[in-house]
Design a protein around this ligand. Sequence first.
Ligand code: URA
Length: 214
Amino acid sequence: MSRLLNPEPTRDCPLCPRLVAYRQENIRQNPDWWNGPAPSFGDPNARLLIAGLAPGRMGANRTGRPFTGDHAGWLLFDTLRKTGFAQGSYDPDGHDDLTLVDCMITNAVRCAPPQNKPTGDEENTCRPFLIDRLAALPRLKVIVTLGDVSRRSILRTLGYPGTAIPAGHGVEGKAGAYTIINSYHCSRLNTNTGRLTPEMFEEIFHRAKAALKE
Ligand code: URA
């Protein structure tokens, strides 16, 4: 008998004490924010999954939608629209008609961590949701990982060691039935320093498109 999948934590997920304490502090300071695990966003029949790190405090933790209101969201949603994986307008408060096309966005850790840095324990505690997120996408074929934590987390989620596909922007490999394409994270640090340019990022999604056709 197949087990019931549980791809999304509850709004009041109690599993990580440090993240719960941070959430409670955010609720106290900003009661009108989302302040909970940011649910995965996109097409439930997607063939492409994009895996980020964790919600930013004033972005996805505020709006309740991955990357929405985070600095990284501008480049991500712009690039997804250019490459045909998104349509509609994007508003950093989430008051928009943005939809993802054949694509879903999730995070390795679903709650905002202090200083944007989840611990290894938090990654491990959140992993069952990622395992079920992948399992709940019946047509999933390609996974774009944003940053190194995401790359390792996706590989472990699929039962591989974190070294199975090496780090590096544009490095691509197979993990079981899935094609994994690594990208540098579209964070402010990477875009402001020129480590990741819009062209480099767009190229990743052209590659994802090509891999979907294989
Ligand atoms: N916002 C997210 O939802 N995920 C990230 O990885 C970064 C910002």
